[in-house]
Structure formats: structure tokens, C-alpha cells
Design a protein around this ligand. Structure first.
Ligand code: ZN
Length: 302
């Protein structure tokens, strides 16, 4: 049996939201279309948050409207509260991505909610999506550490996942929002959360702040994570997490998995071309390595 792992492209949301260069709506739509052409089937297309706090996402509705429906592609809208969920549902996204936060300090800064409040709000968001005939998933942010409180108790994360699973999301994700995790922690937490929420799948979300991003991806895949978030070019950060670097790069994850015998459905050459296009639009080199070094063996499509 061929092993397969699904990637969620988060570049258009997590990738862009921390960038000072404001991308036009047309360029965001072009970015999403290029990701689809490279094989992406789930894409975080925008976040429906306060535009005063995250100006880069002020045109969320316009992006979804201009993009239109995409055959076989799930367009995800990130939301932090019911108000955002209503906006996202009204403009027709396919799936809501809610965020529960493992630490109170980060939760209050990121979305004005304590950890407990964020779990309850995420559960309400999932219920709202389901009532509207749409799906929803929940990401547990700062699951491996908080920029303000430090270490996060894995037992607390497992307990959050168990509560969130009762709301009926399609999956639960573990996010290393600030990029502090190491593979041994990833192996342990993915296994513990999988056991707590089975048969619901686990998704993972890593930032590469301390160069452990790809190692963490591999640890998560080996521990049975079904889905991995990645950002084209490795773009990204978090406006509310000081010093956080970008997500693991989509082309780097695609290369790693393809050459390890894990199918992603992505076309490496098209990813590299899209990443180089994005680099041009952003006016700077992007952190992902494979776009600079090229595929191997040469001409390999991955
Ligand atoms: Zn992130």
C-alpha cells in the first residue's frame, strides 16, 4: 500500500499575514490558482479577522468571491470567533478553520480569549459550520510552547483535543505557532492526541523558527499525522508571536515526502515555479530551500 499524506497550503493566509508588503486581491487569487495547478486540494484562502489587526486579510471576502468555487478543492477560511465564522460562511468558503489556544496569555493577545474560552468558541464555530452544511476543523495553537508562558503541558493539549473532538470537526491540528518543538515532543504529542480523538485524523502545523520544522514534519508523519500544513516558499510568521518565522515550505515538504516514498499529489516543478513567481511578487528571496537548490535527481517531478 502506498503511503499518502495530505498537504494543506496555508501560504495565502498564514504566509501572507505577517508580511509588510500588501498583496493585491488579484495576486492572492493568482497565488491560490498556482497552488491548485500544482496539485493543492485544500487551501487556507483567507482569514476573517479584524482588518485593523491584520490589514493583509482585509480583502478576505473579495478573494473568495474572485476565486469562485474550485472543482475538487476545499477553500478554508480561518476564523477566531462567531462573527468571523458568519462572515466566512456568508461568502461561501467550504470549510471553517477555528483556533483554540493552549495558553491563556497567547489566547488573550491573539484572539481575546483564555484557553478555555477559545475551546468553547471553537466548538460553537464547528457547530455553526455544521448547521450551515459546511465542515470545520480546529487548530490548537501554541500546542508545543507559548512565547509568554513557556512550556505547555501536553496533558492540557490532549484534554483540549478530546473536548474539541466532541464538537464534530473533520480533524484537529497541533500547531507549533512559534517554532519551538523538537521531533521527540512531536512524536509523543501526535501519538497521544491520535489516541484521544481516534478515528478523527490529526493535522500538524509547524513554523521553522529554530530550524526544526522539517524534522518535526517527518516525526509527525511517522507518528501517524494524516495532514501537514505548509506554506509556499516558507513564507509566514505570526503577528502576535514575537520572532516567529515562516511555516515549513510547501516545496521542501513535498520534496522530503516524495523522495521518502510518501505521496502528496503535488507537482514539485510547478511548486518551484509558483514559489519563484511569489518571490518576484514579494520582491524578496523566500526561505524555502528546494526552490533555490532545485529538485534532485535533476528534472525529477516528485
Ligand atoms: Zn502558523
Amino acid at each position: 500500500m502506498t503511503r499518502a499524506v495530505e498537504l494543506v497550503e496555508v501560504g495565502p493566509r498564514d504566509g501572507l499575514q505577517n508580511e509588510s508588503v500588501l498583496l493585491s486581491t488579484a495576486n492572492k487569487v493568482e497565488l491560490i490558482r498556482r497552488c491548485v495547478a500544482a496539485g493543492a486540494r485544500r487551501i487556507e484562502v483567507a482569514s476573517f479577522v479584524n482588518p485593523r489587526k491584520v490589514p493583509q486579510m482585509a480583502d478576505a471576502e473579495a478573494v473568495v468571491e474572485e476565486l469562485g468555487e474550485l472543482e475538487g478543492v476545499t477553500r478554508i477560511g480561518l476564523v477566531l470567533n462567531l462573527r468571523g465564522a458568519e462572515r466566512a460562511l456568508a461568502c461561501g468558503v467550504d470549510q471553517l478553520g477555528a483556533v483554540a489556544v493552549a495558553s491563556d496569555s497567547f489566547g488573550i493577545r491573539n484572539q481575546g480569549q483564555t484557553s478555555t474560552q477559545s475551546v468553547e468558541e471553537a466548538a460553537r464555530i464547528v457547530a455553526l459550520a455544521r448547521a450551515a452544511g459546511r465542515s470545520a476543523q480546529v487548530t490548537i495553537a501554541t500546542a508545543f510552547g507559548c512565547p509568554f508562558e513557556g512550556a505547555v503541558d501536553p496533558a492540557h493539549v490532549v484534554q483540549m483535543a478530546r473536548r474539541l473532538a466532541q464538537a464534530g470537526p473533520v480533524e484537529i491540528a497541533l500547531a507549533d505557532t512559534i517554532g519551538v518543538a523538537v521531533p521527540a515532543e512531536v512524536t509523543a504529542l501526535v501519538a497521544a492526541v491520535r489516541a484521544a480523538i481516534a478515528p478523527l485524523p490529526v493535522r500538524v502545523h509547524f513554523h521553522d523558527t529554530r530550524n526544526t520544522g522539517l524534522a518535526n514534519v517527518w516525526a509527525a508523519v511517522e507518528a501517524g499525522a494524516a495532514t501537514v500544513d505548509a506554506s509556499l516558499g516558507g513564507l509566514g510568521g505570526c503577528p502576535f508571536a514575537p520572532g516567529a518565522a515562516g511555516n515549513v515550505g510547501t516545496e521542501d515538504v513535498a520534496y522530503l515526502l516524495a523522495r521518502s516514498g510518501v505521496e502528496t499529489g503535488l507537482d514539485l516543478a510547478k511548486l518551484i515555479a509558483a514559489s519563484q513567481w511569489l518571490s518576484g511578487v514579494m520582491g524578496k528571496a523566500l526561505p524555502a530551500s528546494v526552490s533555490r537548490a532545485g529538485p534532485f535527481p535533476s528534472g525529477e517531478q516528485g
